[in-house]
Design a protein around this ligand. Structure first.
Ligand code: FAD
Length: 500
């Protein structure tokens, strides 16, 4: 095991992509589960806080230590098995999404979630319950986690298989590999009915594995993961549709959402959930992503073909059978034409090369915003709120009104299919910073008021605790802390994440 005590040699582990900076006395890099276990038991016995480090792409300071030890999982980076028949992959947590997806391509297999940051580790994705562009159709990371191996703060080991251990009402009992029983009383917490990644997943009758997914490393260290996969889709239609009127763009999204959900079917079994489903004649999107007017203006510098009259755009994707290609294309064209005079300017993609061009366009946006920040020494304040679909438009208009009120430079993009927007505010002067955070505060309050969440995909970490405490009552948070105590009685693991 590598051990470093000179801070200059492990400085990069004291921050994550949020640029929040912490402090620690020592970095451990264990190479085996035995070393990892020994290290955790040792820290636990000495009451030394331990922060688990993934790839450091987190945006909430989750892997940033406040003090004590860092345990980097970077040596746990192997694929252990791929079962093509059962469509399962078993791997260690430090493998990155890019590494996993490259390997899956060789097996014609497909991981559905698609988070944007491909350098993130799968362990980090599990800890934050990451989402991606296809979450609209396929849900977040949680839905694909079939098995987890976890080491607890006392060195005890859990092996949780989905579908094996369920809570009886609000009583959850989990047995470790060594036979020790952990009893939890699940609090009566109502999680918002939106895409949500803030705090523990808690539901009566829940599967035990779900408690650990999205728990931000506060309950245990994930050492092995089995994920469910799918066959590579036969064909995918992608498109970027431009709109000359924002209200019409919202009308289009509503229509796509309604159609996709109404006719949603189980693609793998090929079974429509709705008996009136007619193959080849409908819109059933897997991706519905938004670009605002400012984002398009920024992108136009490198993509002059963005139409001048566009005030917003939607990137959509849909999987289809070859025989349905014409019908699917026609259905999208007709739908876009019904809401936009720029339907003929739509960019489409049906092969990997064309799909790459569309996703490059999408990825160029955060890169360009990053350039503005670096070149002008500015700061970005980014929201991660989601609201119930019925409030998506009014919430968006609220954001616009507040941004105008504060006069803030901004770019809004994100997962409009899930009513989840990233409003990225760029600030520099003290006045702008003050107003940026005021705006952020107001967005959070409005999202909570509408029954939404303070974090739909990035988690709470250390930076969003204030908002987490606003979303849930002190009593509810107290009960979540009690759950942590059951697994980590000395509160050594990822201290400072979620809870004060
Ligand atoms: C440009 C960019 C784009 C992004 N796009 C998305 C996106 O589309 N969707 C999305 O959801 N997020 C996105 N993120 C955020 C980030 O990529 C995710 O939060 C990701 O899951 C973090 O993974 P990581 O390995 O970098 O984790 P880290 O930042 O290292 O850690 C994150 C948390 O996971 C915990 N952790 C890591 N490994 C383990 C383990 N083995 N056991 C227990 N706990 C562990 C850490 O302690 C910490 O609390 C983006 C970030 C950037 C910079």
């Amino acid at each position: 095991m590598i051990e470093k005590r000179n801070k200059d040699t492990f400085e990069q582990y004291l921050a994550d992509a949020s640029n929040y900076i912490g402090n620690a006395d020592v970095l451990f890099v264990p190479e085996t589960s035995v070393e990892l276990k020994k290290c955790i038991i040792d820290c636990n016995s000495k009451n030394i806080p331990v922060t688990i480090s993934g790839a450091g792409t987190g945006l909430t300071g989750g892997r940033v230590p406040e003090s004590g030890a860092i345990i980097s999982m970077e040596k746990f980076n192997k694929i252990l098995s791929i079962d093509e028949q059962e469509k399962l992959i078993t791997l260690q947590p430090a493998l990155t999404l890019a590494e996993m997806e490259n390997e899956l391509n060789n097996h014609n297999l497909f991981y559905k979630v698609n988070p944007t940051e491909k350098n993130a580790s799968i362990g980090g994705n599990i800890a934050t319950n990451a989402s991606g562009s296809r979450t609209f159709r396929y849900g977040p990371t949680r839905d694909y986690v079939m098995r987890l191996k976890i080491i607890l703060a006392n060195g005890d080991e859990l092996e949780l298989n989905r579908g094996e251990v369920f809570a009886s009402g609000n009583e959850l009992e989990i047995k470790s590999v060594n036979g020790k029983t952990y009893k939890i009383e699940l609090p009566e917490i109502e999680m918002p009915a939106v895409k949500h990644a803030a705090g523990y997943y808690i539901k009566p009758g829940m599967d035990a594995i779900d408690l650990f997914i999205g728990s931000e490393g506060t309950l245990g260290v994930v050492t092995e993961i089995t994920l469910h996969l799918a066959p590579l889709p036969e064909n995918v239609l992608g498109g970027i549709a431009f709109f000359d009127d924002l209200d019409k763009l919202f009308g289009f999204v509503e229509s796509v959402r309604d159609s996709s959900r109404k006719y949603r079917y189980d693609g793998e079994k090929g079974m429509p959930l709705n008996p009136h489903f007619i193959i080849g004649n409908i819109i059933d999107a897997r991706t519905v992503e938004y670009f605002d007017n400012n984002s398009l203006k920024l992108l136009k510098k490198s993509y002059p073909q963005v139409p001048d009259r566009a005030v917003g755009a939607i990137w959509f994707e849909q999987e289809y059978d070859s025989k349905d290609e014409n019908n699917i294309m026609e259905a999208w064209y007709n739908l876009i034409s019904g809401f936009s005079q720029l339907a003929d300017d739509t960019w489409t993609a049906t092969n990997p090369k064309e799909h790459n061009l569309l996703s490059e366009f999408r990825h160029a946006l955060p890169e360009k915003v990053f350039e503005i920040i670096v070149n002008n020494k500015k700061l970005k304040i980014g929201t991660d709120t989601a609201v119930p679909d019925k409030y998506a438009v009014s919430y968006y208009k609220y954001l616009m009104e507040r941004l105008e009120h504060f006069g803030l430079q901004h770019y809004i993009w994100g997962h409009i299919g899930n009513s989840h927007f990233h409003a990225n505010v760029i600030v520099k002067t003290d006045e702008e910073v003050k107003n940026g955070y005021k705006f952020y505060d107001e967005c959070i309050d409005e999202a909570i008021y509408l029954g939404g969440t303070v974090s739909a995909e990035h988690g709470i970490g250390k930076l969003k605790k204030k908002y987490f405490y606003r979303m849930y009552s002190n009593e509810a948070i107290g009960k979540m802390k009690e759950i942590k105590k059951v697994f980590d009685s000395n509160n050594i693991l990822n201290r400072g994440n979620l809870f004060d």
